[in-house]
Write a protein that binds this ligand. Sequence first.
Ligand SMILES: Nc1ncnc2c1ncn2[C@@H]1O[C@H](COP(=O)(O)OP(=O)(O)OP(=O)(O)O)[C@@H](O)[C@H]1O
Ligand SMILES: [Mg+2]
Length: 228
Amino acid sequence: MTERKIMMDMKQLMLRYPTGKIALSGINLTVEQGQFVYLTGESGAGKSSLLRMFYGGLRPTSGALQVQGWDMRKASEDDIRSLRRRTGVCFQDQRLLFSRTVFENVALPLHIQGWKKQRLIGRVQKVLDYVHLGDRLWSYPEALSGGEQQRIAIARAMMATPPVVLADEPTGNLDEATARHVLDLLMGLNQLGMTVIMATHDLHLLNSHPGRVVQLHAGALVGDSYAV
Ligand SMILES: Nc1ncnc2c1ncn2[C@@H]1O[C@H](COP(=O)(O)OP(=O)(O)OP(=O)(O)O)[C@@H](O)[C@H]1O
Ligand SMILES: [Mg+2]
C-alpha cells in the first residue's frame, strides 16, 4: 500500500476572533490526501472558521496547524499565496463576480497565474463541460439559476487542478436533485484525486454519497466516523 500524504494536521488547534469569541478549541484532526470529508455541526459550530484556516484566511491563535506541508503559524505571505494556488475554494462569501462573464469568473485562478486568453479558453471550456455548462461561457452569472451558479463556482475551484478543494455549504438552498448533482461533481473531483472538505448541514446526502464525517459542536470536535 502506498503511504498517503497528510494534507491537514491539527494539534490542540484554537481560534479566537478579535471579539474574544473562541470559535474553535482543542481540535486534533488529520486529513489525508484523497479523502472526502463532510464537516458538520450546528450553526455557529465553527465549520466555516475551520475551512478559512485551511487556506490561510485565518491564522491559529494557539496549537498547531499544518496545511499542505506549511506550518500555518509561521507561513509567510508568499507561502499563503502558494497555498491558495493549490487550493480550490467554493465559499458562500466568495460568490461569482456579477459584472464579469462566466468565462472571466472561471478563468480567474489561472488568469492571475499569467495564462493567456487562448489557452484559458480551452481550459475554461473543459471545466465547464465537466459541470455540464459548456454552452454558457459568455453568459453573465445573473442569467443563471442558483444551482448553475454553484456549478460555475465548482468549475472555478477546479480550474487550476488543485490538490485540495474546500466547499462551504455548496448544496445550501438547492433542491434535492440539484444538490445531488453538485455533490456528484465534488465526488468526481475527489475521484480524480483531489482531497475535498465540505461543510454541510445536508447529511441526508450521505445515503447516496458516503464519506468521512467530522462533527463539530460549539467549536470542539465531537465526532469522526466513516459513513458508508
Ligand atoms: N469574523 C468573526 N468575528 C467574530 N466572531 C465570529 C466571526 N465569524 C464567526 N464568528 C463566530 O464564531 C463561531 C463559529 O462561526 P462559524 O461561521 O465558523 O460557524 P459555522 O459552523 O460555519 O455556522 P453556519 O452553519 O451557520 O455557517 C460563531 O459563534 C460565530 O458567531
Ligand atoms: Mg458557515
